[in-house]
Design a protein around this ligand. Structure first.
Ligand SMILES: [Fe+2]
Length: 132
């Protein structure tokens, strides 16, 4: 499965879309590297990127929701999803720091971070983009 950003994932907010495209490029590079058993080179890079992504990108969306009076229930759902990602990320980061790159961890990264992000972008972020 390749992770390609496509026009139908556009949320229509330039800054958000730019950051999502970058995200897809990084995630795709990671998944490709796993397929070629070269992930040890890239997993460190991906974790560092995702950590800064969480800070800048989630904060950007959360600021938009607040500043533009986004629906309370939708905000709640969105924030909960961000929280889940942050928790999963911290857990996997700790695991990575303890054990280094390995097959089982790579699978969890793909499932809990990569797949999660793609679903989040195409559903939850898109809904926010439609509102903005
Ligand atoms: Fe989001």
């Amino acid at each position: 499965m390749t992770f390609q950003w496509t026009e139908n994932m556009a949320v229509g907010v330039e800054l958000m879309d730019e950051q999502h495209k970058e995200l897809f490029t990084r995630v795709n590079a990671f998944v490709e590297a796993v397929l070629q058993n070269k992930e040890s080179v890239i997993v460190e890079e991906l974790m560092k990127y995702l950590e800064s992504y969480v800070e800048t990108h989630f904060t950007l969306e959360e600021t938009y929701m607040k500043d533009y009076d986004y629906d309370e229930e939708d905000t709640d759902i969105h924030l909960k999803q961000h929280k889940t990602f942050r928790t999963n990320f911290q857990r996997l980061k700790t695991e990575y720091q303890r054990k280094g790159s390995n097959k089982e961890l790579n699978q969890k990264i793909q499932e809990h971070l990569c797949n999660w992000l793609i679903t989040h972008v195409s559903k939850i972020d898109k809904k926010l983009g439609d509102y903005l």
